[in-house]
Design a protein around this ligand. Structure first.
Ligand code: CP
Length: 312
């Protein structure tokens, strides 16, 4: 885990900001923390995390706060912009300068694509992107990769299907980009024609020589998949509510569809779920989305300890 010393003081804006070695180091550290809940406890005593959430969140915000508290540190911040001076017209750059003068690291969710990059340029402390519009969500990617590694024992040599809103789904953009860096990954993108992946993400795959395929039918794809990543249709990114209503229930994963999945299939979802996974699937041993959310806390502990430089 020597490699993690390189992360001290670094921001995480996009999944490619960390090397594969650095991500492996984070996964190893996460597993150590999971095995021994005393590991790194108190290591962040006296450190402060500023959690600036300009958009709603349950998992990302709470898991970051839980991670910091479990490391012995403290948190400050806001859970919605109305309670900050952003509501009086303060710019993001000024908000970030203020948070950077009070805290040791910033985790930020913002509805604008590129907001995390801008924040990292104005900040004197590390900035962690907790989601910037429909762009990226790199700590969800760390969560997803750790879950795949823990449940399948590897990240390479896999066929991974993504289903749902691939246009606006930032977790899909980040995870697909990250998976394309691993050996022998086949990516299958299943969506209605109106919600396909943005061109800039596909162009990236072409540059990486990544294997990928776009389809509309989930049932027919099920038998091929090692991992199925279901996603919610992102209501908050639609300009037209009629389009959202028409598209929201295009895919519903239920027991009938699960019946054609492999015995060792892993079903992931970044959550929150709306209708796209029927609750009857929750009791299927291949449904991994709740344990995935718990791994998110361990990997965020590993990330905070690394960027704050408290690992001996
Ligand atoms: N996965 C995720 O980002 O969930 P929240 O929106 O609840 O943070």
């Amino acid at each position: 885990m020597q490699v993690l010393s390189r992360l001290k003081g670094k921001s995480l804006v996009e999944p490619e900001d960390f090397s594969l070695d650095e991500m492996d180091g984070l996964f190893e550290l996460s597993e150590n923390i999971e095995r021994n809940d005393k590991y790194l406890r108190e290591s962040c005593r006296g450190k402060l995390l500023a959690a600036l959430f300009f958009e709603p969140s349950t998992r990302t915000r709470l898991s970051f706060e839980a991670a910091m508290l479990r490391l012995g540190g403290s948190c400050l911040g806001f859970a919605e912009p109305g309670s900050s001076s952003a509501s009086k017209g303060e710019s993001l750059a000024d908000t970030i300068r203020m948070a950077a003068s009070y805290a040791d690291a910033i985790v930020m969710r913002n509805p604008k694509e590129g907001a995390a990059l801008l924040a990292s340029r104005y900040s004197s402390i590390p900035v962690i992107n907790a989601g910037d519009g429909g762009h990226h969500h790199p700590t969800q990617t760390l969560t997803d990769l750790l879950t795949i590694k823990r449940l399948l024992g590897k990240i390479g040599n896999l066929t991974v299907g993504f289903c749902g809103d691939l246009k606006f789904g930032r977790t899909v953009h980040s995870l697909a980009k990250a998976l394309a860096r691993y050996e022998n990954i086949k990516l299958i993108f299943i969506s209605p024609a109106e919600l396909t992946l943005p061109e800039y993400i596909k162009n990236n795959f072409k540059k990486q020589n990544a294997q990928f395929d776009e389809r509309e039918n989930l049932e027919k794809s099920m038998p091929e998949l090692d991992v199925l990543y279901m996603t919610r249709v992102q209501k908050e990114r639609f300009f037209n509510e009629d389009d959202y209503i028409r598209l929201k229930d295009t895919y519903v994963l239920d027991s009938d569809k699960m019946a054609s999945g492999r015995e060792k299939l892993v079903v992931l979802h970044p959550l929150p779920r709306v209708n796209e996974i029927s609750v009857e699937v929750d009791s299927d041993r291949r449904a991994a989305y709740f344990i995935q959310a718990k791994y998110g806390m361990y990997v965020r502990m590993a990330l905070l300890a690394s960027i704050l430089g408290v690992i001996c």
